[in-house]
Design a protein around this ligand. Structure first.
Ligand code: NAD
Ligand code: ZN
Length: 362
């Protein structure tokens, strides 16, 4: 069966288009009881962006903290808060932030209309009821969370997304001005998430013309952004933020119809056991994968050099047998990722001892 890919209904792109959000939400405020929830990364407390949020008197402003990546328990707590805020359901959820905040917005919009706990829905197509209308406003680019049909959550037993057609945002607001002030290291790590999506998708066995069309363009944009040697002023005028925002979007589209690969599989192990954040975890894992992605890793190192970014080293040093085994189990379990990277007989190549040796050099 071919995947019948669900796409976002509406996208607005352009510098300053965040100002259009109130207008976009007008349709959702059709009766006087309507209200919406702004799910906002708490890094924006007391910022200019906070003042620009088109907040109406009945609305809820829900600050979220993403020091840790989203957990199912956090999603359930936020959902309860929204339920307790008013007797009716909100008519929109608007997530403003990076991948973590966008994922939280997706998850609460699903959990408001589906009974039980969010960990019950970690998996594929377990969601029964349509979500509350939900909007993404990325303030950090690279994950592709703005286009994907998943919300990645760490649950009691696993780190796994709630994958469903209902997860997909109804509206995305792509305003490159919103990513201008991201700290440079963070911008690089999350940007590399996108670069790695492209490499893993394009070099994978699942590749097809749909994924290639998006992946090649996203890769080209990543190169324009991260292999750029010019000084700061020239970089500003080159609209690199616009390029990075579109790279993230297209990179997400590319993996939607193919798959990620070895780097993501290993980074999930790091994240589950050590709590390593997604972007930085992908960088750490990718740097160890020269054997599998030789050209990609070479270019990635070049990008690190140009952007003067370091990645943490020796992160698995002295972690002990139990944690190492857990890391291997988590990573091994991501079968489609390995199959995409190494083909059907991946188990013959990626043995436990091979994986252990890869983790050891990280
Ligand atoms: P993030 O959302 O975790 O944010 C990283 C840091 O940047 C945080 O401290 C945040 O407060 C800060 N930040 C965000 N925007 C900022 C801005 N404009 N200025 C200053 N600081 C800002 O980072 P991320 O890399 O975008 O997202 C990672 C998350 O995305 C992980 O939880 C990962 O699992 C998830 N993810 C989801 C998908 C998907 O398809 N749903 C894909 C890949 C990754
Ligand atoms: Zn990723």
């Amino acid at each position: 069966m071919f995947r019948n890919f669900k796409m976002i209904s509406n996208v607005v792109f352009g510098r300053g288009c965040f100002n259009q959000l109130d207008d976009i939400l007008k349709k959702r405020r059709s009766n006087i009881k309507s209200w919406v929830v702004f799910v906002v990364d708490d890094v924006f407390k007391d910022s200019m962006l906070e003042k620009r949020i088109p907040f109406h008197s009945k609305d809820m402003l829900l600050w979220v903290n993403v020091d840790d990546e989203p957990k199912t328990t956090y999603v359930d707590m936020l959902t309860l808060k929204i339920h307790n805020f008013a007797r009716t359901l909100p008519s929109a959820i608007i997530g403003i932030g990076g991948g973590s905040t966008m994922d939280l917005a997706k998850a609460v919009s699903l959990m408001l209309t589906n009974p039980g706990f969010s960990h019950d829905y970690q998996g594929w197509d377990l969601i029964k009821n349509p979500a509350v209308y939900h909007v993404a406003v990325p303030t950090l680019s690279g994950t592709g969370a703005e286009v994907s049909r998943t919300t990645v959550l760490t649950g009691p037993e696993k780190k796994l997304g709630i994958n469903s057609d209902y997860t997909v945002f109804d509206q995305v607001v792509l305003d490159p001005e919103l990513i201008r002030d991201v700290p440079s290291n963070q911008r690089f790590y999350t940007g590399m998430d996108c670069y790695i999506h492209c490499i893993e998708s394009l070099q994978g066995t699942y590749i097809n013309e749909f994924s290639k069309a998006y992946g090649e363009k996203a890769l080209q944009l990543c190169r324009e952004v991260f292999l750029n040697n010019s000084d700061e002023a020239d970089q500003k005028s080159a609209n690199l933020d616009d390029k990075l925002m579109m790279a993230s979007f297209f990179g997400g589209m590319s993996i939607a119809y193919s798959q990620v690969g070895a780097c993501h599989a290993l980074s999930y192990g790091l994240s589950y056991v050590l709590g390593t954040h997604h972007g930085i975890g992908c960088c750490i894992a990718f740097d160890a994968l020269e054997e599998f992605y030789p050209e990609g890793v070479k270019e990635f190192r070049e990008m690190m050099k140009i952007n003067k970014v370091e990645i943490p080293r020796n992160v698995t040093k002295g972690i002990g047998k139990e944690k190492m085994d857990k890391m291997i189990t988590v990573s091994m379990g991501l079968i489609p990722l390995w199959e995409n990277c190494l083909g059907e007989n991946w188990k013959e190549i990626m043995t436990k001892s091979k994986m252990k040796s890869l983790f050891k050099v990280m």
